[in-house]
Design a protein around this ligand. Structure first.
Ligand SMILES: Cc1cc2nc3c(=O)[nH]c(=O)nc-3n(C[C@H](O)[C@H](O)[C@H](O)COP(=O)(O)OP(=O)(O)OC[C@H]3O[C@@H](n4cnc5c(N)ncnc54)[C@H](O)[C@@H]3O)c2cc1C
Length: 273
């Protein structure tokens, strides 16, 4: 049965049963227009807490609830005069989503600052160190079915002002190069080694190409924006067109970064291996 539940406490999480999708902020996710048949869960309440758990000299370990938005995390750290997580500036997701996707920017990735996670799977809680997660580029290697409930992150009291400066410059650069004023599902493809997915999509002449209300951004070839009234199917058709054209014309098989969930017409998804 389709249902959407916001879970505020560990007791509620224990009670919820089988979860089809753990939704963060949905900023790197594409679901069909018809929705999902099972239970979609979002973390609220106690899963949005932030605590300092360890302090040693300049180094501070914080425990951040997985439902906390990155922007809230960063502004709360700023008020505590703590830095170290500038790599999440401008990434419009949650702490749980950042761990699951190993989110990052030119300033680094969350794996650089992650100490461990707390999670929930098959009715029990567990604690995994960063090493056990085998994180790689835009990949958190979260075991299937695991709900990340909190992340232990290494913040710092060192060079906070210098980091603020780097973050401000980075946010300005993003504004100039990414279509942040229109809704999108984030980067569609991972950058292949030594190249950029956006450059490849641009090289095959697809920037600005529209299908229904969805359009491959004129500003950045790896973003598909909703110019008004786009359906998820329009976005998926753009993804498939970009993948097929890049493969045909350059031989590169792009790997999706966006997490695609639910049932799709088989001629569109999954992509060929
Ligand atoms: C305009 C724009 C700019 C972006 N820029 C960047 C960028 O610079 N760098 C970058 O890395 N990403 C970027 N993204 C992509 C996206 O913001 C990140 O991938 C982000 O980390 C996703 O977090 P989320 O909370 O929105 O996760 P969602 O999109 O909701 O989910 C993504 C995946 O994570 C899983 N997940 C979420 N929370 C949990 C949890 N608690 N436990 C287990 N699994 C979970 C979901 O099930 C899903 O598989 C951008 C997106 C947009 C729209």
């Amino acid at each position: 049965m389709a249902r959407f539940v916001v879970v505020d406490t560990a007791e509620e999480l224990a009670w919820i049963g089988e979860i089809e999708l753990l939704l963060g902020n949905g900023s790197n996710l594409l679901a069909p227009d018809t929705g999902l048949p099972g239970t979609v869960v979002r973390l609220g309440g106690e899963f949005r807490a932030l605590d300092v758990v360890e302090e040693e000299g300049e180094s501070v370990v914080i425990r951040a609830g997985a439902g906390l938005h990155n922007s809230v995390l960063l502004s709360r750290l700023d008020k505590l005069d703590l830095g170290g997580l500038g790599c999440l500036a401008g990434v419009p997701g949650t702490v749980g989503g950042a761990v699951a996707m190993n989110a990052g920017t030119a300033l680094g990735e969350i794996a650089d600052r992650l100490v461990a996670i707390e999670g929930w799977i098959e009715g029990r809680s567990l604690h995994l160190s960063r090493q056990e997660l085998h994180m790689s580029y835009r990949h958190g290697d979260i075991p299937p079915g695991l709900v990340v409930t909190a992340a232990f992150l290494r913040a710092s009291r060192d060079a906070v002002a210098a980091e603020r400066e780097r973050v401000a410059q980075h946010l300005q650069r993003r504004k100039a190069t990414q279509p942040l004023e229109l809704p999108s599902c984030g980067s569609v493809f991972r950058n292949p080694p030594g190249d950029h997915a956006g450059r490849l999509v641009e090289s095959v002449g697809l920037k600005g190409h529209a299908i229904g209300g969805a359009r491959i951004s004129e500003r950045h070839g790896n973003f598909i924006v909703n110019g008004g009234g786009a359906t998820a199917l329009d976005v998926m058709r753009c993804i498939r067109l970009a993948w097929d054209t890049v493969y045909r014309e350059t031989g590169v098989r792009l790997v999706p970064e966006v997490r695609v969930v639910g049932q799709w017409p088989p001629e569109l998804w999954p992509l060929p291996p």
